[in-house]
Ligand binder design. Structure first.
Ligand code: FAD
Ligand code: SF4
Ligand code: SF4
Length: 478
């Protein structure tokens, strides 16, 4: 091992510089600057090159983190890129938006006492540099194998699978009801976490490799699922989960109470240069408003921080548990607080006040009770603790469930779990329909980008194996 590793003893953790909150609030650009090359190398050199790297064990993609850290520390960036991209189709995206505190970095052995290696920032740096220097090439196959694959959904799961299958010589057709590829990367996650040009360049690269995108095409709508099946030797369903969980109670139907993804999609479209009527007329625009966001996950964090950037008069986040028991990343809570969001922990809405439109939320204080069967502390309202929060825009961010796909696809033989997610064989990724596979949130329920990439890769490998056995044309690339 070169002397330049194991520097954690002398060198403190340094993340890339974070822009000042006042500056961040004024735009939708990412909040972290790029690493300066010497700092990236120095930070990579803090790794102790563990024999059993827990960072890798806890990365869903089993990324070979110690190797690419060592190569970065040695300035061998092109090799670092080769290693990093061997297990991850979109390392620069995961490096930006994985909740590293819960995955690789949270399990780095030097975390205790020395602060973890900044794995995500180095991962992002390696691939951003690779793009800058022209090392990232389209995955064009050497030989076409004569077989064709239809992928429904251009989110991270569908795109990772498309990349893998195209490289193996399949004619890959990706269908998406949206007008742009990327799924939640493009219309869910805001630019301050992931700038849109990062997603667009991946889409362009896939097109350059020969992947054919059919955008604005809803399967089960304009194009029946059965017709899609007939077009291709194999099909992957990667449609994500989009049915927003709703909230009941008096006044819950008042104008001014909106769903998180509707709000974020409109904001992202504006950011992409569109003029969206619901933004222009104020219905889905927080400018000048008192905003209350209900929920404590990633989506809620994205809503509060979007509202700040749109110029809201005040932004509060109501969550029924406390900071330690929230599902969202604590790093994002810190960012939101720096930007001026107020968190009202241990509080739940009971009613929405208003006549023609909402003007307030009546909430109740909660207390944490005993852990339930899942080990999570239950919550119960504290009697007589009601209070009212002013709100002229209420954003519901309570999570997502799958749509009824068997009905939408008019395919009753497509089996689902009791949660409505698609049932697959966990080894083969095949659904109840022969030759039809599924991956990503539609199988796992709302999850993470990195798991979508992992599932997309694994499903692609299984589709390849299945087509070698079952498809009618010999796989020429073998
Ligand atoms: P999706 O990304 O949802 O893509 C599915 C695609 O399928 C969509 O483009 C959709 O239009 C298309 N589709 C659906 N039905 C049809 C149909 N019938 N016909 C044609 N096309 C169809 N994860 C992280 O790791 N880090 C984060 O910071 C993070 N932040 C998030 C913020 C928000 C607001 C949200 C909502 C999620 C966030 N996530 C985050 C989760 C992450 O985005 C998802 O887990 C991931 O995108 C799932 O990938 P997917 O490919 O399964 O589905
Ligand atoms: Fe960490 Fe995510 Fe990168 Fe894996 S993919 S190394 S979990 S940032
Ligand atoms: Fe390096 Fe930390 Fe991974 Fe060990 S756990 S190999 S120190 S990044």
């Amino acid at each position: 091992m070169p002397d330049r590793m194991l520097q954690f003893i002398h060198l403190p953790q340094q993340t890339p510089d974070k822009r000042a909150p006042n500056e961040r609030r004024a735009d939708f650009d990412e909040i972290y600057d790029e690493f300066e090359p010497p700092r990236a190398a120095a930070q990579a050199s803090r790794c102790s090159q563990c024999g059993v790297p827990f960072c890798q064990v806890h990365c869903p993609l089993s990324n070979n983190i110690p190797d690419w850290l060592k190569l970065t520390a040695e300035g061998r960036l092109e090799e670092a890129y080769e290693v990093s991209s061997a297990t991850n189709n979109f390392p620069e995206i995961c490096g930006r938006i994985c909740p590293q505190d819960r995955l690789c970095e949270g399990n780095c052995v030097i975390e205790k006492g020395f602060d973890s290696v900044t794995i995500g920032a180095v991962e992002r740096y390696i691939t951003d540099t690779a793009f800058e220097r022209g090392w990232v090439k389209p995955g064009t196959p050497l030989v076409e194998n004569g077989l064709s694959v239809g992928i429904i959904g251009a989110g991270p799961a569908g795109l990772a699978a498309a990349d893998m299958l195209r490289r193996q010589g399949y004619a890959v057709h990706v269908y998406d009801r949206y007008d742009r590829a990327g799924g939640l990367l493009i219309y869910g996650i805001p630019g301050f976490k992931l700038e849109k040009h990062i997603v667009l360049r991946r889409w362009q690269l896939l097109e350059a490799a020969g992947v054919v995108f059919h955008l604005g095409v809803e399967i089960g709508g304009a194009l029946p699922f059965a017709e899609l099946q007939a077009r291709h030797d194999s099909v992957l369903i990667a449609t994500g989960v989009y049915k927003a969980r709703d909230i009941g109670g008096p006044g819950s139907g008042l104008p001014g109470i909106v769903a998180a993804l509707d709000y974020l999609t409109v904001s992202n479209r504006q950011g992409l240069g569109e003029t969206v009527p619901a933004f222009e007329d104020g219905a889905l625009n927080a400018a000048g408003k008192h905003v209350v966001v209900i929920g404590g996950g990633d989506t809620a964090m994205d809503c509060v921080r979007t509202a700040i950037r749109q110029g809201a008069a005040s932004v509060k986040c109501l969550y029924r548990r406390d900071r330690d028991n929230m599902p969202g990343s604590l790093r994002e809570v810190k960012n939101a607080e720096e930007e001026g969001v107020e968190f009202v922990w241990l509080s739940a809405p009971e009613a929405f006040l208003g006549d023609d439109a909402v003007y307030g939320v009546r909430a109740v204080r909660m207390r944490l009770g005993l852990p339930d069967a899942s080990g999570r502390q239950s919550v119960e309202p504290i009697e007589g603790s009601h209070f009212t929060v002013r709100a002229d825009l209420v954003i519901k961010a309570l999570g997502f469930d799958p749509e009824d796909l068997p009905a939408a696809f008019d395919e009753p033989a497509l089996t689902v779990t009791r949660w409505g997610t698609l049932k697959v064989d966990h080894r083969s990724f095949m659904t109840s329909l022969p030759g039809v596979f599924a991956a990503g949130d539609i199988v796992r329920g709302a999850s993470l980008v990195v798991w979508g990439v992992k599932d997309g890769r694994d499903a692609a490998a299984q589709m390849h194996a299945w087509m070698r056995q079952n498809a009618t044309v010999a796989v020429a690339a073998e």
